[in-house]
Every structure is written in C-alpha cells, then in structure tokens.
Design a protein around this ligand. Structure first.
Ligand SMILES: C[S@@+](CC[C@H](N)C(=O)[O-])C[C@H]1O[C@@H](n2cnc3c(N)ncnc32)[C@H](O)[C@@H]1O
Length: 373
C-alpha cells in the first residue's frame, strides 16, 4: 500500500527539499552556476545549507569529486576557502573559470573584442577540421567554432573564452533539441521535435551562441564577484582523487561521487575535449556508464570510492564532517563508509524536484553525514 503523504514527509528533511516554486531554475542557476550545463550537479542551495549546518565559518572545505564546482562556488560565497578535485580536465577548466578573481574591466573589454572579431569573420572553411568537428557540426558552425578557438589564445582571459566556446559547441551540435544530454548520432535532417512540438531543423550556425554566451558569461562572472565573501580562494586539483595530494587539513567535506553506471563525464563534454585538445583521462573515471553495473564493475566502484574517502578521512581535522550526497539505491554506501574507516552519524533524505520532461518523476537523495572513527 502506498505510504501516506504524512508518513513520507516524516522521513524527509524538508529544509533540504524544495519545490519548483520555492526554488525556481533562475535561483538554481544563479551567477556562475550556469556558465555551462552540467549533468548531475548539486543544487547550490543544498550545498549552502550543508555548509551552514556542518562546516564552521571560515573553515576550509574539500570536495574530492567536485565536477562543475558547486561546492567551491558556494564555499566562496559563504567566505570559506575550498579545494576541489576532479579527474576530468573540462570540469577543472570550468571550476577555474568560475572561481578565479578577475579585473572585470579587462575581462569585458577582451570578451567584447573577441565577439566583434567573430562578427567580422567571413565564414571561410578551415583548411582542416578534426573528424569529430566535421561530423558533429554543420560546415558553417564548424568554421565559426574553429575561428573562435583560434582567437582564444590571443587573450589574457583565454580560459573564459574556452568555456564560452564549449557552451556554444554544445548548443551548436547536430542534435535534436530533446537529446542534448546523450546524443548518439549526428542529426542531419529536419525532425519532429518532442520538446517544441513542431518540426525543427538541426543548427547551422554557432556565432549567435558564441555571441550570446560570451556576454552572458561576463554578466555571470560580474554577479558572482559581487556576492563572493571576503578573501576566501579556491584551489582546483586536476587528478584522480585516489592518488592526488589532497593538501589538507580541512574543516569539512561536501561531495557527491559519481553514481555507478549513470553518466560518463568525459564523454558528456566530448565536444570540448575535441575542440580544445584537453587531456582525456577517462580510464581513471569512477562509476562510468561504459563500465556498466555488473558485479565486477560495482565492486570496482566500491573499492574506488572507498579509496578516495579513506584518503579524505586522513586529511580532515579530527571529528570533522564528511558529507556525502548520494542516491544509494543499491545500498553500497554502508560498505563504502566502513571500508573508508568512516562512521555514519546521520542519514538525511531529501526530495529531489525533477522539473518536467523525460527525467520527471519522484526521486530522493540521501545525505550521509559521516566522521572519522
Ligand atoms: C556527480 S559528479 C559531481 C558533481 C558536483 N557535485 C557538481 O555539483 O558539479 C561526480 C564527479 O566525479 C568525477 N570523478 C570520477 N572519477 C573520479 C576520480 N577518480 N577522481 C576525481 N574525480 C572523479 C567526475 O568527473 C564527476 O565530475
């Protein structure tokens, strides 16, 4: 029999569960949180609440699976220095760009200059396009993206322009509008669009995306500069969290590890790796969809996450909280925490609001508050 609403709500931490009305998309993607879309991202307000509850003011924060850097950004917003580790180079680029300090005047001048040069681009086809670019973009879009890529290196804020390039490339791929997350093959012809309920055509140009995202990025970086508190800075470590020097001690950890068999983070941003020539370390990524969810894959996942958390345990100040956000439907985390030498202090549940579309439906997340012991 279905549980009553009341029984269900007794188990859920309502302070950490928001409806679409309480927390509209605009708030969830405030300032730098929307420099580039990212699957499996924390809701910033969740991190803010967890930092407020568990990590003392000014205490250093670690996220060993920091992804798009939500923990770092929220730590800086609340005046806490933070370190993020990620094995995926694109994620590290995104984190550096989100958390760096800028001379906003120079930044805006450079970005506007790059956009103006793009507007003057005559659309000449490049002498050679890498195979991925040639097959996933219409010819004119590929030429514009490659032209913009050539501009990036000429500016002090090259990394900001590279993030703009990545975001524009994501939007300009030859995909259907409803399959931007996991496109399988380039969409060459017009198609019936489930999202817009009409016939849509694949994108032919990239310049309008580059233009729009360039200006949006400057506005978002400015907005974050206005709200980041005090002098706290972020450090981004690119590497495998099982072996990288974690550079402790820390007053607390807030993290969400990859879930087994769900998302391949390198593959998610393939366009950026191909266009920017980033270092691809996918063989070190834990819990990939490519490795599946068979017995051996789950055992490797448990070993890998436990290895990271055991190093985390050694680097936090004694008694500090290690807060892990998971959707542990396979009940792997009791074993992972035990192997890592962490004791579970509290297990909170939150209701995850899944807007509309193909991933709609009830969904819950666990927040495991563990400590060394
Ligand atoms: C669920 S995502 C984290 C999302 C993050 N909380 C956010 O808000 O953006 C998990 C991250 O773990 C990273 N990862 C996977 N294996 C790793 C490893 N061996 N070392 C460090 N990071 C790893 C992935 O690249 C991915 O970005």
């Amino acid at each position: 029999m279905a549980r009553t609403q009341e029984a269900l709500y007794r188990d859920i931490d309502l302070e950490l569960s928001w409806s679409e009305r309480d927390l509209p998309e605009r708030e969830r993607t405030k300032h730098v949180h929307r420099l580039h879309p990212y699957l499996g991202k924390f809701v910033p307000q969740l991190v803010e609440a967890l930092l407020g509850r568990y990590v003392r003011c000014g205490g250093r924060v670690l996220d060993p699976f920091s992804g798009s850097g939500t923990t770092l950004v929220q730590a800086l917003e609340t005046g806490r220095p933070a370190t993020g580790v990620d094995v995926a180079a694109f994620n590290c680029l995104l984190m550096r760009v989100k958390t760096a300090r800028y001379n906003l005047f120079t930044l805006e001048r450079e970005v506007r200059d790059a956009v103006a040069r793009l507007e003057r681009f005559d659309g000449a086809a490049p002498s050679e396009a890498p195979p991925y670019v040639a097959s996933w973009f219409a010819p004119r879009a590929a030429a514009e993206l490659l032209f913009f890529r050539g501009l990036c290196d000429e500016y002090e804020h090259a990394e900001v322009l590279r993030v703009v390039l990545g975001r524009a490339a994501r939007s300009a791929r030859l995909t259907t509008h409803f399959d931007l997350d996991f496109p399988r093959t380039p969409q060459l012809d017009e198609y019936w669009c489930h999202k817009h309920r009409r016939i849509c055509r694949p994108v032919e140009r990239a310049s309008h995306f580059l233009h729009r995202y360039a200006l949006d990025t400057v506005e978002r970086l400015k907005a974050f500069a206005r709200v980041r508190a005090g002098r706290a800075e972020a450090t981004v470590l690119h590497g495998d969290a099982r072996v990288v020097d974690l550079d402790g001690p820390y007053a607390g950890v807030v993290t969400s590890p990859p879930y087994p068999g769900l998302i391949d983070y390198h593959e998610q941003h393939r366009y950026a790796y191909e266009l920017l020539g980033l270092d691809d370390r996918r063989e070190l990524e834990l819990g990939t969809a490519a490795s599946g969810t068979g017995k051996a894959a789950l055992e490797a996942y448990v070993r890998g996450i436990a290895a990271v958390l055991s190093r985390v345990r050694d680097t936090v100040e004694p008694g500090s909280p290690v807060v892990v956000v998971v959707n542990d439907r396979r009940s792997l985390y009791p074993d992972i925490l035990a192997r890592a030498g962490l004791r579970l202090d509290a297990r909170l549940r939150r209701h995850v609001n899944r807007r509309t579309g193909r991933r709609a439906g009830e969904f819950f997340e666990d927040i495991l508050v563990a400590r060394a012991g």
